[in-house]
Design a binder for this molecule. Structure first.
Ligand SMILES: [Zn+2]
Length: 422
């Protein structure tokens, strides 16, 4: 921008905080009103080149890919194919099978390229996807055994799409157990298709037992070597015992969180931002040590940047506390990034600079102003306020007449209720 292509922003600023009055370059001139009404931040002493693509000021390849591709809704079965622990060679074959890209004999016959459509696995049925997975006695037998290892009896499924649907419903989930199930499914499809190819192109046959052994071996090898943590229960122990996969079991201990009382003679301000249905919101609630509400603010915004909403919540809380003349405040937010930006340990993106600067200025107006990151469970009241408004405004709620749901949360916080996080 500027007088020539390489003019820096810094050179357009005079006296440290004023925009230059005259800009000769016509391309800049057309946008000069917009530029010159932008507030100059005192801390900007020199220009830096920054990608404005994401919050950290970097432009990952993923964003470039997203900008050129056509986005569609994710298909229900994608987690059956791609997941942590999946292996590309197996996943790719399952993907081909699911999208119907296998060149089965029936498909070749439909194109006029084959006359014999006999299944090489059983030498009886017509080889198509439904037959291979899993009507053919050979593959049906394997499917049945793999299901048993995974803790399921053989379901009555009529076609390959039904199998995909059933497996998607029963094998998807984030537990290690479900990852083993999905992995074994992908290996099974791969091994059966390989056996079919081997019989057709190499005239080599393996028994059903041998193919099953390969599937079990691949699955066991994939999971036994890794440090996998699984919740301990008799059902999971049985599962891994059947597969003979060694995993480390841990007891999942829940953690408990409650609203954190400020020190005496100090006020706690809990802040939160939210983005929902294309709208932003923010909320700030101040309480004394006993949990009595001093003020509660809810704001709505035509902004969908969550980081700005988190900072907006803190700014509005500080403003209100300052106008009330509170000397000592303790700000709590469940946004670690926001707290780290204020403390200077997280790079502040350009679109948050103005908010951050206001917050740092306001901070100086208190005799004591501290900031802390807290668990979401310790911030439920602010969370409520951040989603309270659906219009572009900011309101100060009456502390005597809070919405019943919020009053209930305030009461729980004051009593020191512990919320469990699993
Ligand atoms: Zn067959």
């Amino acid at each position: 921008m500027g007088r020539c292509m390489y003019t820096s922003v810094d050179s357009l600023i005079v006296d440290g905080d004023q925009w230059a009055e005259d800009v000769a370059d016509p391309s800049t001139h057309s946008r000069w009103t917009e530029i010159s009404t932008t507030r100059i931040h005192g801390r900007l002493s020199s220009d830096t080149i920054m990608w404005c693509a994401n919050l950290k000021g970097v432009f990952p390849l993923k964003l470039e890919w997203d900008s050129i591709r056509a986005r569609r809704d994710p298909v229900a079965w994608y987690k059956l194919v791609w997941f942590p622990y999946s292996q590309t060679r197996f996943s790719f074959i399952v993907w081909l099978a699911i999208v119907g890209r296998f060149t089965t004999k029936s498909r070749l016959a439909a194109w006029g390229l084959a006359t014999d459509t006999t299944c090489p696995l059983c030498n009886t049925g017509n080889e198509d996807l439904n037959h291979l997975f899993f009507k053919s006695p050979f593959s049906n037998h394997i499917w049945q055994r793999v299901l048993l290892l995974n803790g399921f009896a053989l379901p009555a499924l009529l076609s390959w799409p039904n199998v995909v649907q059933w497996t998607t419903n029963h094998f998807t989930g984030d537990s290690l157990l479900n990852k083993v199930r999905r992995f074994s499914f992908s290996v099974m499809v791969y091994r059966i298709w390989s056996e079919r190819n081997s019989r057709i192109f190499k005239q080599q046959e393996s028994s059903f037992e041998k193919v099953l052994c390969q599937i079990i071996g691949d699955t066991r090898g994939r999971f036994s070597g890794s440090v996998a943590v699984a919740p301990d229960s008799s059902a999971t122990r049985d599962f891994f015992h059947r597969w003979r996969i060694k995993v480390q079991f841990t007891l999942q201990r829940p953690s408990f969180h409650s609203w954190l009382r400020p020190p005496s003679n100090c006020m706690a301000i809990n802040c939160d931002g939210s983005v929902m249905d294309g709208r932003g919101g923010y909320g700030a609630m101040a309480c004394d040590r006993m949990g009595r509400v001093i003020f509660a603010i809810a704001g709505g915004f035509r902004d969908t940047n969550i980081m700005r909403m988190e900072l907006e919540a803190i700014r509005c809380g500080l403003r209100r506390a300052n106008s009330l003349g509170c000397p000592r405040i303790h700000v709590q937010s469940d946004s670690l990034c926001a707290i780290q930006m204020i403390k200077g340990s997280f790079h502040t993106p350009w679109h948050c600079l103005e908010l951050l600067e206001d917050i740092l200025c306001l901070k100086e107006k208190f005799s004591c102003c501290t900031f802390a990151h807290v668990a979401r469970e310790a911030n439920f009241c602010a969370d409520f306020l951040a989603s309270f408004l659906h219009s572009d405004q900011e309101i100060l709620l009456s502390t005597n007449c809070l919405p019943p749901a919020l009053a209930c949360l305030v009461g729980e916080d004051a009593r020191g209720r512990r919320y469990q996080r699993l």
